[in-house]
Ligand binder design. Structure first.
Ligand SMILES: [Zn+2]
Length: 179
């Protein structure tokens, strides 16, 4: 997918790459600029396409939200590929899919009513589980990642939450379990 930016966004794009160069002298600065460019060239077309937005709107939203250095903000971990991300039109549409409003904690396997912080009450390693989806280890690869079109411009981020119990049936059933 190609970059397709208007003049103002082009200037913003160049400004971001320059921040990479300015953040470290010599070759390392160039490498940082290259890394930033690679992330932007991947993220802008992919996110614009998934969200039905222009690349200009996506870039403006990201820059508007960015409150720390470009180097730390424009990272693959923070702006992941959308391959396994579920895109929903509105928060209401997403909530309608998960009527029970309960989530599976990836650490204790208990049922939490909070999608980000375990409140299952299950004991794990001798204390009550308080696993956080936004912690260092995230959701251990067992979570649910979503983009909400309606709120993206205000909160331009991929939400990583515990797996909604209502969506668990999509998983392959366990061996030996009746179908
Ligand atoms: Zn837990």
């Amino acid at each position: 997918m190609q970059l397709n930016l208007n003049e103002k966004s082009r200037a913003t794009f160049e400004m971001i790459l320059q921040k990479g160069r300015d953040s470290w002298p010599g070759d390392e600065g160039e490498r940082r600029a290259d890394r930033l460019e690679a992330v932007l060239r991947r993220v802008l077309p992919e996110y614009a396409n998934a969200l039905d937005l222009s690349q200009d709107a996506v870039l403006a939203a990201l820059e508007g939200r960015r409150d720390y250095s470009a180097i730390n903000f424009y990272q693959d971990a923070r702006l992941p590929s959308l391959r396994d991300v579920h895109v929903h039109e509105t928060m209401a549409e997403f909530k309608a899919l998960i009527p029970s409003g309960t989530f599976r904690c990836p650490a204790c396997e208990g049922v939490s009513t909070d999608p980000y912080e375990c409140n299952s009450g299950v004991e794990r390693d001798g204390s009550v589980c308080n696993w956080k989806a936004f912690g260092l280890f995230g959701t251990l690869g067992k979570g649910y990642r979503t983009l909400v079109k309606e709120t993206f411009l205000d909160h331009p981020t991929v939400h990583e939450i515990f797996m909604p119990i209502d969506l668990e049936e999509d998983e392959p059933s366990k061996e030996g379990e009746p179908a």
